[in-house]
Design a protein. Sequence first.
Length: 124
Amino acid sequence: MHEASLANSIVQVVLRHADRAGADMVRSVTVELGEWTTFNPEQVGFWVKIGFEKTVAAGARVYFKKVSGSIRCGSCGYEGKCPEPAGETGSWIGPVLSCPNCGHTEVEIVHGREAVVRKITVDR
Ligand SMILES: [Zn+2]
């Protein structure tokens, strides 16, 4: 149930923001999902909508934007896209990534693991 707990934190972020902004109504929410996350956007959206019920965000549209993955290599300094990672892509821990330039596995993920609320549109 990773989707439900992610949805719950999205709902918290949105409602806090709406409250701070003095919003009467939340129109839409854009969530960025990294390509190396294992979240199913449809399920996340489903849970978010349930969380929004009876709040100022009830009926808000939820959009998902896919963020492509990129890495920074700790060995050669390569920065950029990483080809289809080897290993189990369905696991929670995620795939093992290696540098396409030198093959090193000590790579830092710059993008691809995020699941963040990027944009919230409200009415006041
Ligand atoms: Zn490298």
